[in-house]
Design a binder for this molecule. Structure first.
Ligand code: ATP
Ligand code: MG
Length: 185
C-alpha cells in the first residue's frame, strides 16, 4: 500500500493548550514532539516546573535521536509538600523560562515550541498573565506553540486554536499506588 503524506494548502502556526486535572498533558506534548520529529520539524521544549525530580523524557528524547531541544528550568512543583524551594526561587526560574521562550521563538530555529506546565506557573503567579499573552501574541506566524498544565487561564484559552481538557476518571494515586516510571515520570 502506498502511504500518502498530506501537505496543508496553507501552513499555519497553531496555539494548542492541553489542560485539565487528569493525567496526560505533558505526555501529550511529548507525543506531539515525537510526531513532529517524523516530519523533520525542529522542536524546543521548556519545562517550567520540572527539574528537581528525574523524568524519563529527558533521556528518552536523546535516545530517540530526535531533533528536540529540551530545557527544564524549574525546581519542581511550587507549594507541594516536600518541595524545599521558596516561592521567590520558583518565580526566578519561571522568569528565566519566559526570557528563554522569547529567545527560542525569536531565533527562528524552531517549528514547535512547547511550554510544559506554563499554565500552572501562571496560576501560581510565577509568571504573569501579560507575559503569557505576550508570548502567544509574538509567536512567529508559522511556529506552533503548545502550552500545558492544569487550570489554563480563560484568556489563554481564548487566544488558542486547539484546547483539550484532560479529565480525571481515575488515577492510581487515589488508590495509594505510588508513581511508576514510564507511566508517571
Ligand atoms: P503526564 O506527565 O503523565 O502526562 P500530566 O502532565 O497530565 O501527566 P501533571 O499535573 O503534570 O500531569 O502531573 C505530573 C505527574 O503527576 C504525572 O506523572 C501524573 O501521573 C502525576 N499525577 C497527576 N495527577 C495526580 C494526582 N491527582 N495525584 C498524584 N499524582 C498525580
Ligand atoms: Mg505535566
Amino acid at each position: 500500500m502506498e502511504i500518502t503524506k498530506l501537505v496543508p494548502k496553507e501552513k499555519k502556526g497553531l496555539v494548542v493548550v492541553i489542560t485539565g486535572h487528569g493525567k496526560g498533558k505533558t505526555t501529550t506534548a511529548f507525543g506531539i514532539a515525537v510526531r513532529a520529529c517524523g516530519h523533520d520539524l525542529k522542536v524546543c521544549i521548556l519545562q517550567f516546573m520540572k527539574g528537581d525530580l528525574y523524568s524519563g523524557e529527558w533521556d528518552g528524547v536523546k535516545k530517540m535521536g530526535c531533533d528536540i531541544e529540551l530545557t527544564s528550568t524549574g525546581k519542581g512543583f511550587c507549594g507541594i509538600q516536600g518541595n524545599p524551594y521558596p516561592y521567590e526561587e520558583h518565580r526566578r526560574n519561571a522568569q528565566d523560562a519566559v526570557r528563554l521562550a522569547h529567545i527560542k521563538m525569536e531565533s527562528g530555529k524552531f517549528d514547535i515550541l512547547i511550554l510544559d506546565e506554563i499554565n500552572n506557573a501562571l496560576q501560581l503567579k510565577l509568571v504573569d498573565l501579560d507575559q503569557v499573552l505576550d508570548i502567544i501574541r509574538r509567536k512567529p506566524p508559522l511556529m506552533h506553540l503548545v502550552l500545558t498544565g492544569r487550570d489554563a487561564h480563560p484568556q489563554v484559552i481564548e487566544l488558542a486554536h486547539t484546547v483539550s481538557e484532560v479529565r480525571e476518571i481515575k488515577h492510581a494515586f487515589r488508590e495509594g499506588i505510588e508513581p511508576q516510571p514510564g507511566i508517571d515520570y
